[in-house]
Design a protein around this ligand. Structure first.
Ligand code: NAD
Length: 436
């Protein structure tokens, strides 16, 4: 099939590349010329394992093209995917200006029937909005359908997820158009859920919000554990082994960040309220999440009441492992708070340092975790990259000013770290520093 993908970010670039890999002719359009130039040279604008080879192969074989020219993309395509960003506004409302702009570009270049697919995460009703824009702005009155096909891929394993989705959700106003989408996805072995557009739009927000509920729930349990000296990791293990609950997303720590969960939960709260339902459960989920960094900083401050002259090694900057995405990363909040208190930061992340430098140009970026810890008063484990689990901590301890670890992700075993001579603190596992 002939496909056009608008937006070449984490979702659009992976989606377009995977459609090309499945044998379709794909044109990816982005408004940022620098991104398109880089992609045409096989230089990835994002870090995503396995993506570079896939882009290079499909581009070399002519199935995948990159352009800033909407005319080329829209005119040649039967199906057009909108994969642009949908950021949050101050009040939690989703900012739809990129979706609206994409819809206008489509309308301006329609040359026949098109299926327009919203893959961006958009509030319920956005399909109708896109429909109205295209109908209003398409001068030649071409026919079209608007479909919702939310994306569930995870950064860090996006290529794998796009090729092996848990399910494919298609929200369409009639069966014929849904079947055309089914055909596009037919080579993937995944359950297909066909529904109306509004239900599909809600499925995406409900999925992310449910996962956020699990994270805030276990963090609330962590608060309780701290009060009685219980271990939240054991509690999570005990709950998660119940098949009705499941182990996933029961990791206590600094809470959820990233480009999706915070904005999607806020958006669902906003949309619900606008529709006359106060989603208090989700408001509480956000409150619990917001307290996590405050709690972590309070724990550090209890151990180091005067931060001036203190140096902290921050291990991990990206919002989660295996990505360079710094959107709503906990490191940003933590570093900001510590700098405000007068501390010095030595940071390391395997891939996110270039992105982090745009936010904090004046902290010290180190070539590896060992170097970051050298001379530090404490190590702060902020992103649970696997390589941090494998660190030689005996070597680390020898170079630190004081062997203190604050583990924001409950990555290490407390007893083992203490045997190695570390003062070890984590969230939800009993021990807090004593007031000095
Ligand atoms: P992103 O910011 O990485 O990429 C968006 C891209 O769209 C950018 O390259 C930008 O230049 C381009 N763009 C913006 N307006 C444009 C326009 N009018 N015409 C052409 N290009 C335009 O965003 P992302 O992380 O890929 O997310 C895209 C959407 O997918 C969002 O709605 C997000 O919530 C959703 N989503 C993201 C993920 C994820 O893990 N990142 C997962 C599932 C769903």
């Amino acid at each position: 099939m002939n496909i056009c993908v608008i937006g070449t970010g984490y979702v659009g670039l992976v989606t377009g590349t995977v459609f090309a890999e499945l044998g379709n002719d794909v044109v990816c359009v982005d408004k940022v010329a620098g991104k398109i130039d880089s992609l045409n040279k096989h230089i990835m604008p994002i870090f995503e394992p396995g993506l570079e080879e896939l882009v290079a192969r499909n581009h070399n074989e002519g199935r995948l093209r990159f352009t800033t020219d909407f005319k080329t993309g829209v005119e040649t395509a039967e199906i057009i995917f909108i994969c642009v960003g949908t950021p949050s506004q101050e009040n939690g409302e989703t900012d739809l200006k990129f979706v609206e702009a994409a819809a206008s570009e489509i309308a301006a270049h329609m040359n026949g029937y098109k299926i327009i697919v919203n893959k961006s995460t958009v509030p319920v009703g956005t399909g109708d909005l896109v429909h109205d824009i295209v109908e209003r702005e398409c001068r030649d009155g071409h026919k079209f359908d608007v479909v919702s096909n939310p994306e569930f891929l995870r950064e860090g394993q996006a290529v794998h997820d796009a090729l092996n989705p848990d399910r494919i959700v298609i929200g369409a106003s009639h069966k014929q158009v849904a079947f055309r989408l089914l055909e596009l996805y037919s080579s993937l072995q995944a359950p297909m859920i066909i529904t109306d557009v509004h239900s599909a739009e809600i499925i995406k927000y409900a999925s992310n919000s449910f996962l956020a509920i699990k994270i805030s729930f276990i963090n609330a349990i962590a608060n309780l554990c701290e009060r009685v000296g219980a271990d939240v990791e054991d509690v999570a293990n005990g709950i998660g082994r119940d098949n009705r609950i499941g182990k996933a997303f029961l990791n206590s720590g600094l809470g959820f960040g990233g480009s999706c969960f915070p904005k999607d939960v806020k958006s669902l709260v906003y949309t619900s309220s606008r529709l006359g339902y106060e989603f208090n459960l989700l408001k509480n989920v956000l409150e619990i999440n917001d307290e996590r960094v405050t709690r972590f900083i309070a724990m550090i401050q209890k151990r180091f009441p005067d931060m001036k002259g203190r140096t902290f090694a921050v291990l991990g900057l990206a919002f989660k492992p295996n990505t360079d995405d710094m959107r709503e990363a906990k490191s940003v909040e933590i570093i900001g708070a510590l700098l405000k208190l007068g501390a010095t930061i030595r940071a390391f992340d395997p891939v996110a340092m270039p992105a982090a430098k745009k936010i904090y140009p004046n902290i010290t970026y180190c070539p590896n975790a060992y170097d970051a810890c050298n001379g530090a008063d404490a190590m702060l484990l902020v992103t649970e990259w696997r390589e941090f689990k494998l660190l030689n901590l005996e070597r680390v301890a020898k170079t630190m000013k004081s062997a203190v670890i604050f583990d924001g992700r409950n990555m290490y075993d407390p007893a083992r770290k203490e045997r190695l001579g570390f003062e070890y603190y984590s969230l939800g596992r009993g021990k807090w520093p004593k007031s000095s």
